[in-house]
Design a protein around this ligand. Structure first.
Ligand code: GDP
Length: 305
């Protein structure tokens, strides 16, 4: 909970600071107020459409509730933000899926190079190890120079075995070996790192499909989660990537990284609003402990401090 509080603080610095500054200058609820608010939302990477819809809803709601003072309006905005963040329903949806019968959980991590896949896997491996679970890592990003070594390094740090292939090995063969090992050793988790870039987009998508088929050969009901890792500091670009991957891969959730360095935390809102995919984890730094679960309501409320 402490980490989350700390994380929230960092995550909300940019977007939250703007909102707070905006409200500090509050005078009266008029058309200028809503225009300025819409502009602020767009500048914070909330996205044009989301910013417009949100502003319209706020205008209606403020009228309905006869909101006049600064505090009235803040209350209305927080309500609307919570609605937006939480629109995928129950908060259980935000948690990583875990089999409750002790069966192996396989999490597949996809996303472009540099998004933070390897780092997220390292952090998550640390979390599971700290919980006393057994973890196997699969270094199936055999294309990016250094990706395998990076994961091997994390494996050493958190004391988890890493399955690797030869240089330029077929990623699916690495995944096959890793899945077989995790099943044989009755591991709790298998975390699979995948390539972020191949010769072209089509090859990448074919490769991801092949990896999924390979997993299903040994574990028919897997993967438990296919998580798209997005660099939150890239703003609207992250949204475009998400749409691209979503077309070809059956995603179950998102991981938003680098929210610590982002002054435009609004992208969380844009992605939630447009992708209808739960944000399962957020990355808040480069250290092993800088990973938090995402809580929609807390996030929205935490914007105002
Ligand atoms: P991959 O290519 O998707 O596997 O990306 P990496 O895991 O190699 O991450 C790319 C860079 O982003 C590395 O320098 C990481 O240390 C950094 N990184 C990853 N997640 C975070 C985060 O949440 N916050 C910050 N500040 N840096 C991160």
């Amino acid at each position: 909970a402490d980490l989350y509080e700390k994380g929230l603080e960092k995550t909300n610095k940019g977007f939250g600071a703007r909102l707070n500054k905006f409200f500090a200058q509050f005078r009266t609820v008029d058309e200028d107020f809503f225009d300025d608010l819409e502009e602020l939302l767009i500048e914070s990477d909330v996205g044009y459409e989301t910013a417009e819809n949100l502003t319209n809803e706020l205008r209606d709601e403020a009228k309905l509730q006869k909101a006049k003072s600064r505090d009235d309006l803040k209350k209305v905005i927080v309500e609307k933000l919570v609605d937006l963040y939480d629109q995928n329903g129950d908060s259980e949806n935000e948690q990583l899926r875990v089999h409750d019968d002790g069966q192996l959980n396989i999490y597949l991590f996809v996303g472009v190079n540099g998004a933070g896949k390897t780092t997220t896997i390292g952090k998550l491996a640390k979390r599971f190890k700290d919980e006393g679970k057994t973890v196997v890592l699969a270094a199936a990003d055999t294309f990016r120079a250094g990706a395998v070594e990076q994961l091997v390094e994390w494996g050493k740090r958190v004391d988890a075995p890493v399955v690797t292939g030869k240089d330029q090995a077929d990623p699916a063969s690495v995944v096959f070996d890793a899945t077989a090992k995790a099943i044989k050793e009755q591991a709790d988790y298998l975390l699979v790192d995948t390539a972020g870039r191949l010769q072209n987009k089509k090859n990448l998508m074919n490769e991801l499909e092949k990896i999924e088929r390979t997993i299903k050969k040994l574990a028919p009901n897997e993967p438990t989660e296919t998580l798209l890792v997005l660099d939150g500091s890239t703003g609207q670009n992250a949204l475009l990537q998400a749409k691209d991957f979503d077309k070809t891969t059956k995603l179950t959730g998102l991981v938003l990284t680098k929210l610590d360095g982002s002054s435009k935390g609004g992208v969380v809102l844009a992605i939630r609003n447009e992708m209808k995919l739960p944000v399962k984890l957020v990355g808040l730094g480069e250290k092993a402990s800088d990973l938090a679960d995402f809580d929609a309501a807390n996030y929205a409320v935490g914007l105002f401090h």
